[in-house]
Design a protein around this ligand. Structure first.
Ligand code: ADP
Ligand code: MG
Length: 620
């Protein structure tokens, strides 16, 4: 039989490698920025168009390349950074695989301009899908400019796989942050579609963090410094009260290289244990310096994973260094009578006025000596009887269906519901309309009767469904009502968060938000959707940002849908919230007026039914 094995042509091999190295525009950004740093640049500019789908360009003032090197740089495994296998254990550069440029040039249109200091003229090279299209002598400043256009032009599947501009830009900014944080002394600038997003002067580490994450960051940083034989730690952790819903302020750098390490992350979390709420993530910006011989970065082409020789020791040192800092800066609870009172005052209360004294509700009907026939064991009653609402629901449980609700307060005004087109077949009309056949169980479920038996509704999920459908409708017909705020609300966001909100601005407006200005790190809001309390606005927006970030990679991104889901989640009645009869009924009716009442917007069951037969069986 004839031989069938062949060596793949270079351009095919490059395309395959590109699949590993270049997952999305942000991967290109990372490779180009790292090359600029390896070239000892002191100023680096990143220019992006359409979230990298149209253009990614990095311009540096580094050492540039000779004519031959310029050509060679696009060959696979062509690198100036290592020469022998031993060098792998003593790396001082970001790159070393010599794969990036070859891979990128295989799947995009690339234009390189480069000049070394001593040369009069520079070199310009154009490559499209590994094919050399042009090579010229050009006038160009010292350093290198690499422009990558039409990424994935020859791999439509990849191109289609890219997510919305908001998400891709988010990834690019993440990469930019990582590189810029690791090199505070280098000047960085970033532009997107012609507008400047970052302009970072050469500075110290603290200033770099503040320049990236906004002026307010300064007050929340707690320094962490530790030097041991195996490890040097320097950097900052955020004070616990500033812990965030998202993980986008968590950075580890090992020898100036950004890395992800769930294990070391755990060390930090355990140092913060008891100081942050569940689900909140402390910020950290930590640089670890170790002997390059004790780590192995060669695990993955994109190099965010790393293997340490002695992880356990690093864990212990890191945890204790962070704990120590938190304690030293009065963050961890210590018995200290002279402590700064500001530290102990919850931030929410600090600026609140006390113009309206707290109201105290007294149950005037309460008489501990009055007999209540339906309750047995009168001695324990007074404790329960203080809360009027509780007693009334207990009463209705005992007295049963004839007790009509007397409560008139209708404070259930989140968003207007429609309840006219009730699902007739499911409900026994005579029961739901004439009697108060709902009951709230553990402030979590609503029990209601239906023809065949009973219905158990998860209040949080059900309300999410109702709000979700309403929001979607409002957004598509664009007739949401907004309520004007007396004083504009100013909210601060980091430069990572801001672009996400800007991308979603139009959709947010269609729900009733009115933005009066967006500048620097601040958004000014003058109107909010009807029924949305002002105090909830920042929570809604933060949740939204976190939802955009955590969006599952393959799902089809629809900004409207995500926004509706996210807002529904934030605004829905929570588990634990007590509802009066009218609210309960309203919720039940609204749920069954929905198009898809059976599941929540995230596809979780909203209610279960139990037929009388089922119940009968339980009594057999
Ligand atoms: P690696 O960075 O792993 O060496 P790359 O494919 O990223 O591989 O780059 C190949 C080579 O091209 C580098 O080793 C370097 O010599 C040269 N090079 C790439 N970018 C630049 C740049 N911005 N300035 C100077 N030289 C560069
Ligand atoms: Mg490289």
């Amino acid at each position: 039989m004839a031989d069938i094995i062949q060596l793949l042509p270079d351009h095919v091999a490059n395309q395959i490698a590109a699949g590993e190295v270049v997952q999305r525009p942000a991967s290109v950004v990372k490779e180009l920025l790292e090359n600029a740093i390896d070239a000892e640049s002191t100023e680096i500019k990143l220019i992006i168009k359409d979230s990298g789908k149209t253009l990614i360009q990095v311009i540096d003032n580094g050492k540039g390349m000779s004519v031959t090197d310029a050509r060679l740089s696009f060959e696979r495994h062509a690198t100036s950074k290592i020469r022998a296998a031993e060098d792998l254990f003593n790396l001082h550069t970001k790159g070393f695989r010599g794969e990036a440029l070859a891979s990128i040039a295989a799947i995009a249109h690339v234009e390189l301009k480069t000049k070394q200091e001593q040369d009069e003229l520079g070199t310009q090279i154009e490559i499209e899908g590994s094919d050399l299209k042009a090579q010229n002598v050009v006038v160009t400043p010292k350093g290198t400019s690499l422009a990558v256009k039409h990424l994935f032009f020859n791999i439509p599947a990849r191109r289609n796989f890219l997510k919305s501009n908001a998400v891709e830009l988010r990834h690019i900014i993440d990469e930019f942050h990582r590189v810029a944080l690791a090199h505070p002394s280098i000047v960085f600038a970033m532009y997107h579609n012609g507008s400047e997003i970052f302009n970072l002067p050469s500075s110290n580490y603290r200033q770099r963090v503040v320049n990236i994450f906004g002026g307010k960051t300064n007050e929340k940083l707690v320094p962490v410094e530790e030097t041991t034989e195996v490890l040097k730690i320097s950097g900052f952790v955020g004070k616990p009260e500033f812990a965030k819903k998202t993980k986008n302020e968590q950075f580890f750098f090992v020898n100036n290289r950004f890395i992800k390490s769930p294990y070391l992350n755990h060390a930090i979390n355990s140092a913060f244990e008891g100081l942050v709420k569940d689900g909140a993530h402390p910020s950290y910006f930590l640089n670890l310096t170790v002997d390059p011989k004790t780590i192995d970065i060669n695990i993955h082409p994109t190099k965010t994973e790393i293997k340490f020789d002695d992880e356990h020791t690093l864990y212990a040192i890191l945890r204790s260094a962070v704990k120590h800092s938190l304690g030293q800066f009065n963050i961890a609870p210590v018995l200290d009578f002279d402590s700064d009172p500001n530290l102990n005052t919850p931030y929410d209360y600090k600026d609140k006025s006390v113009a309206t004294p707290p109201t105290i509700e007294v149950d005037r009907d309460f008489n501990p000596f009055k007999e209540k026939v339906s309750h047995g064991g009168g001695s324990s009653k007074p404790v329960v009887a203080f809360k009027k609402q509780n007693t009334s629901s207990w009463d209705s449980l005992y007295v049963g269906l004839e007790s009509k609700s007397t409560q008139q307060d209708h404070n259930f005004s989140e968003v207007e519901f429609e309840s006219d087109s009730k699902n007739e077949t499911l409900f026994d009309d005579s029961q739901t309309e004439t009697t108060q056949a709902t009951y709230q169980l553990h402030n979590k479920y609503i029990v209601s009767t239906i023809k065949s038996g009973m219905l158990l509704i998860d209040q949080h999920r059900a309300h999410q469904r109702v709000l979700y459908e309403n929001l979607l409708k409002n957004m598509t017909v664009k007739e949401a009502v907004s309520q004007q705020l007396l004083f504009p609300l100013q909210l601060h966001f980091s430069s990572t968060e801001l672009p996400i909100l800007i991308q979603l601005k139009e959709d947010l407006e269609s729900t009733g938000f009115v933005f009066s200005s967006v500048k620097d790190h601040t958004i000014e809001i003058t109107g909010v959707p009807l029924g949305v309390p002002e105090s909830e606005v920042s929570i809604i927006l933060e949740q939204l940002i976190s939802d955009v970030e955590q969006e599952v990679p393959d799902s089809n991104f629809s900004a409207t849908d995500l926004l509706a889901k996210s807002m529904a989640k934030s605004l829905a009645i929570k588990t634990g919230q007590s509802l009066n009869k009218q609210e309960q009924e309203h919720l039940v009716n609204s749920l069954f007026a929905c198009k898809e009442p059976t599941v929540s917007p995230t596809n979780k069951t909203t209610f279960i039914t139990m037929s009388v037969d089922d119940i009968d069986k339980k009594f057999m």
